[in-house]
Structures are given as structure tokens and as C-alpha cells.
Design a protein around this ligand. Structure first.
Ligand SMILES: [Zn+2]
Length: 183
């Protein structure tokens, strides 16, 4: 058998293996919201995507990497994994947020939120208490509850709002003589 043919076969096989490992990692990455089978309340979890990737050449083995109920419940049976397997995409925090923004406009500038890029600047969430939070700052276990009363805010308005708040905090931390205008 010709050497180039064998090299070609090996290259194709390597490509298939890499694709399979990569797609397993992509499928199981990210924060998710599940209903804890024990409490019936939301819990924030992440699946060990590297372990799923490492076992992807057979049937990927799922195990949790983190849970908002840990460390107290770290020894649980991880029964929520079956819920994750059934709703892989719909329980992803990212997908829940993407759906929430559909058809909404920024509460501050009133411009439509529009398409949200996969990477880069994303809109934020203006919570009921007036704080604007980035996606990573919202605990997954309270995401649904937060979104119920929150309003969307675009990245530019969120950044401006945050800068104003931080500078106000900075100024309020200075001695009064420094803040007081000169006569
Ligand atoms: Zn805006």
C-alpha cells in the first residue's frame, strides 16, 4: 500500500478524533441551571467538559465540575445529570440569556439589543435594585429569578453607568477637603 495513502488515512482518522473530542468539549462547556432533584429549587452547575471530552471516543461520561450547593452537598448522587443530558442547550445560562434579550431594547438608550455576538461585548442586565450586572456576575441559581424583574441594558449604557458609579465611590472615599471645590 502506498505510503501517501496510509498518511491520508491517518490524517482523516486524526481529524475525526479531534472533531469528536472538540465537539464533546463544546457541547458540555458553560454554566447551566438545573432543578436540584433534592430541593426542587434551581441550582447552578457546570459539567466537567474536559472529562466529557476525554471519554468522548466512547459514550461521553458526565460528571459535575461544580454546583452552587457544594461543598455542603458535594457527595450527592448528581442525579441532575440526567436533566442536563435531556436539555443540554436549553439549560445553558448563555442560551437562557440570549432568549431573554430577543425583541428587547436597552432600558436606558432605547436602542434595540439586536444580535448578540458569540465573543466580545455583550449587553448586561439591569437588576431590580438598580445594579447593572454582566452575565458572569449573575449566579446561575438565581438567574431565572433575577431575569423576572430585570431589564436589558446595552453594553455602552452598562459601561457608562458602571464608570459613573465607580467614580462616585472613588470620590466619596476621598477626604472632604479634597472633594470640596477650591474657592
Ligand atoms: Zn443603551
Amino acid at each position: 500500500m502506498a505510503v501517501p495513502f496510509l498518511v491520508g488515512i491517518v490524517a482523516v482518522l486524526c481529524g475525526v478524533v479531534l472533531w469528536r473530542l472538540g465537539s464533546a468539549w463544546w457541547t458540555y462547556r458553560g454554566r447551566r441551571v438545573v432543578t436540584c432533584p433534592e430541593t426542587r429549587n434551581p441550582a447552578g452547575v457546570t459539567v466537567d467538559s474536559l472529562h466529557a471530552m476525554a471519554t468522548a471516543l466512547g459514550r461521553p461520561q458526565l460528571r459535575l465540575e461544580s454546583c452552587s450547593r457544594w461543598p455542603e452537598k458535594a457527595g450527592c448522587g448528581q442525579e441532575c445529570l440526567s436533566e442536563i443530558a435531556e436539555s443540554l442547550e436549553s439549560c445553558l445560562v448563555r442560551n437562557i440569556l440570549l432568549e431573554w434579550y430577543v425583541g428587547k431594547a436597552c432600558v436606558s438608550c432605547e436602542l434595540p439589543i439586536g444580535e448578540i455576538p458569540l465573543v466580545g461585548a455583550k449587553p448586561a442586565v439591569l437588576c431590580a435594585d438598580g445594579r447593572s450586572m454582566e452575565w458572569s456576575e449573575i449566579p446561575a441559581e438565581s438567574l431565572q429569578e433575577t431575569l423576572l424583574e430585570a431589564r436589558p441594558i446595552c453594553f455602552a449604557c452598562h459601561t457608562a453607568r458602571r464608570m459613573l458609579r465607580e467614580h462616585r465611590e472613588l470620590l466619596s472615599g476621598l477626604p472632604e477637603s479634597t472633594v470640596r471645590p477650591a474657592h
